[in-house]
Structures are given as structure tokens and as C-alpha cells.
Design a protein around this ligand. Structure first.
Ligand code: AMP
Ligand code: MG
Length: 407
């Protein structure tokens, strides 16, 4: 084991190695939600496609219209039913919201500002009208050729709606990543089975699998690695030919009766790191055949934190997703938080806004890396800097609201 490396350096080192998968696929727009856009998308059309009316009223030629004029109504323009003739001076067209502005007119006078003659054939202009009044110009929302979605953006419901508004029926997206997940440890039993003495339920495989689903990743659940060197080698080799990445949990601590480590060292290029973070110190990263390998610590909260802080950005890059700056808030600690210099802490906390609008935080309870129930109670991490010591009440602390992997 080498010396401890800071969290940011661990992430940097991994990001340097990984490049996005090259394969893309074309999917119908309705199936694009959550997928990563593979190429910038330009609008094929102007939106709106025509100058159109923002109000119900009358389309007129503003330049030659004065208060007191009485233009003749020559037709109607309704949404979807434009007036196709040309409009001359002294004429106007009845127009509805969203309808195309007729050729020859350049302003809409709202119906409240005119009086209609008894026979309905003309109007009297009661208020001044200027060129452009109440007209939504062609292309004012989106102009043809403008980039509306960038490469690497994960499509959200608004993106899907926007693309539909441009008439785009299909999108080219990055192919879905496939990630294999293994647990390690003789003590583990799958949920649904009875527990014998000394056994515990395997929670990591479910936790990690669920976190991967939040990233739209296809999960290959490969169960528990057997306690046998040849069998582990076989299982990892198999997985490495089918998956983009392999994630294991457990068996990376120093002094662990550790077949996983031996198998990995025999099969590929894997570095065992001590990352200066708490929880989560032992961590492995490397490559087995064409698959990336992440070895997470066994304690469930350590597995969750390393997935969130170390693995997530790397999988995002592999998937072709643009790097997102994560939201960091500054909050006042309502209580003392235990902390020793030397490692960056990701403490489970609850943050809230007090009655004065100030952001406050308190511990969610036990910070032991095996205690999953306090991760459930928390809504974020207090990211306490590596060299900082104990936090006193009233001190300012950085809060990382839980990412979608933990919510
Ligand atoms: P290890 O790194 O294998 O020594 O594991 C550290 C701690 O995490 C031990 O208490 C293990 O029992 C526990 N652990 C390891 N893997 C899992 C898992 N898949 N689910 C729940 N706990 C686990
Ligand atoms: Mg173990």
C-alpha cells in the first residue's frame, strides 16, 4: 500500500485514464429520457415559425394608423388558420392569440383598445399603436441552427419537450454502460435467506446496484465471489469480457484474507490505494481486460461514499456525460462535530434552513462506517477538509446535498 492520496487526486488520476465509450445509438425521442446526448443538437426550424400574435385583437399597419382611424376588417387570422391575403392601408384583420400575422401588417392592437362598428365591418382605433406591438417574432424562442442540447447532456423531461417542439423524433445517444457488481465475504447472505450465526445480509450489492440504476446503467448482478482463488479469477475474467466496469465491495482492507487482491494482481493492472477520506480509506482502481475495476471498501457507508464521491465521476466520463459541478453549500454547524486532521470526512448530516433563513446542520447520528441507518436519516454530507480538526458549534462547514445516487 502506498501513502494516502487526497480525494481530489484520486478522482483526477482515474479521470485521466478513462475515455468515453465510442458507441452510440439512435432512439425514439420518447425513449430518450435519462440518456446522454451523443452529439450537439441544432434546431432544424425557427420557433415560432411565423411572426404571430401575442393577444386577441386586430392586425394593422401601425405606420399609417392614427387614433380615430376606422380601418375595414378584411378577414380573420386564427391559430392554425392564417389569413392569406395582403393587407393594405386602411384595412385590418381580426386576429387571435398564436395566429400568423398577415402580410402587410406590423402590429396588433388589442381588442380592448378598439370599438367595433355596429355592422361589424370596421373598427375605430381608440389608442396609439406602434410597430411591433404584441407580435412574437419568428425565431425569437429558438432560431434555426441554434444549438439547443450540448454533447454529453443527460436528457431531462424539459429537453424531451424542447426537442419535440422542434419536430425532432429521434436522438443519438451514448450506448448504455454495463457494470458488473460482486460482493466478497463468507459472512454474507442474500436477503430472503435465513441468517445463521455470524452471518449478515449482503446489502452492498443492492445498494451499489440501485446507485448504478440512478445513472441509467445496466447492472449485472454477479452475486458473491467465492472464497477460492481460481474461482475468483474465473468469475472476474468472465465479467471483464462482458462489462464496461466491475465493482466489488469488501476485501480491500490491509490484512484481509484476501483472494480478491491476489486474483486481481494476477489478472490485470490494479492499484490498491489508501484515499485520505473517511469513511472509505481502502480503495482499488485498475483495469481487467477491457473492463475498468473499482474495489470498494466493505462497510456499507464506506461503499456508498466511495461510489458517490470516487466512482460516480469516473462512470459519468466513461458514459460520455459532461462533468457537472456539484452544488456546495455553506452551513453553520448547530453542534460540535468530531473530526481528526489527516483525512477528508464525509459526515452524515441533516441540513435545514432556520427561521431566519440561515442554513444549519447537525450530525445525523453515528458516523460509524457500518451504520447504514444514519445514512438514511441524513440529507447530505458535511465535507470537512482533510487537515481540519474538530468543528465547534457556530463554525461554518461545507455541505454537499445528497446527489441523485443517494436520494
Ligand atoms: P471487508 O473489507 O471485507 O473486511 O469488510 C468490512 C466490513 O464490511 C465487514 O464488517 C463486512 O462484514 C462488511 N461487509 C463486507 N461486504 C459487505 C456487503 N456486501 N454487505 C454488507 N456488509 C458487508
Ligand atoms: Mg470481507
Amino acid at each position: 500500500m502506498s501513502a494516502m492520496i487526497p480525494v481530489a487526486e484520486a478522482v483526477e488520476r482515474m479521470l485521466e485514464r478513462v475515455t468515453r465509450v465510442v458507441q452510440t445509438e439512435i432512439v425514439p425521442l420518447a425513449q430518450g429520457l435519462g440518456r446522454i446526448c451523443a452529439k450537439p443538437i441544432q434546431s432544424p426550424i425557427d420557433v415560432p415559425g411565423h411572426d404571430n400574435s401575442a393577444m386577441d385583437g386586430y392586425a394593422v399597419r401601425a405606420g399609417s394608423t392614427q387614433v380615430g382611424d376606422q380601418p375595414v376588417i378584411v378577414g380573420t387570422s386564427a391559430a392554425g388558420h392564417p389569413y392569406c391575403g395582403a393587407v393594405a392601408a386602411g384595412q385590418c384583420v381580426r386576429i387571435m392569440t398564436g395566429a400568423t400575422v398577415p402580410t402587410g401588417t406590423d402590429a396588433i392592437i388589442i381588442q380592448e383598445n378598439v370599438s367595433v362598428s355596429d355592422d361589424g365591418g370596421s373598427i375605430t382605433i381608440n389608442e396609439p399603436v406602434r410597430v411591433g406591438d404584441n407580435i412574437r417574432l419568428r425565431g425569437a424562442d429558438v432560431s434555426q441552427g441554434a444549438t439547443v442540447i450540448g454533447q454529453g447532456e443527460r436528457l431531462n423531461p424539459v429537453d424531451i419537450g424542447l426537442l419535440a417542439s422542434l419536430g425532432i423524433a429521434e436522438v443519438e445517444v451514448q450506448r448504455t454502460l454495463k457494470v458488473a457488481v460482486f460482493s466478497t465475504g463468507d459472512e454474507l447472505v442474500s436477503p430472503g435467506q435465513p441468517l445463521q450465526s455470524g452471518q449478515i445480509y449482503d446489502s452492498n450489492r443492492y445498494l451499489i446496484g440501485a446507485m448504478l440504476q440512478r445513472l441509467n446503467i445496466e447492472v449485472m448482478d454477479l452475486g458473491r465471489l467465492p472464497d477460492n482463488l481460481e474461482a475468483i479469477k474465473g468469475a472476474l475474467t468472465d465479467a471483464s469480457t462482458q462489462a464496461d466496469a466491475i465493482i466489488t465491495s469488501g476485501g480491500v482492507s490491509v490484512g484481509d484474507a484476501d483472494y480478491t487482491k491476489q486474483a486481481l494482481e494476477a489478472l490485470g493492472e490494479v492499484g490498491f490505494w489508501k484515499v485520505a477520506m473517511k469513511p472509505g480509506k481502502p480503495f482499488a482502481f485498475g483495469r481487467l481486460n477491457q473492463a475498468w475495476f473499482f474495489g470498494l471498501p466493505g462497510n456499507p457507508v464506506a461503499a456508498a461514499v466511495t461510489m458517490d464521491q470516487l466512482v460516480q465521476p469516473v462512470l459519468a466520463k466513461l458514459a460520455g456525460e459532461q462533468q457537472q459541478a456539484t452544488l456546495q453549500l455553506s452551513a453553520t454547524s448547530a453542534e460540535a462535530l468530531k473530526k481528526r486532521p489527516g483525512r477528508a470526512d464525509f459526515q452524515r448530516i441533516c441540513y435545514w434552513q432556520d427561521e431566519h433563513g440561515e442554513l444549519k446542520l447537525k450530525s445525523a447520528g453515528s458516523q460509524s462506517s457500518g451504520v447504514l441507518s444514519t445514512l438514511k436519516l441524513a440529507n447530505g454530507f458535511a465535507a470537512i477538509e482533510q487537515e481540519r480538526g474538530k468543528v465547534e458549534p457556530g463554525e461554518s462547514v461545507t455541505v454537499l446535498p445528497f446527489s441523485k445516487l443517494l436520494r
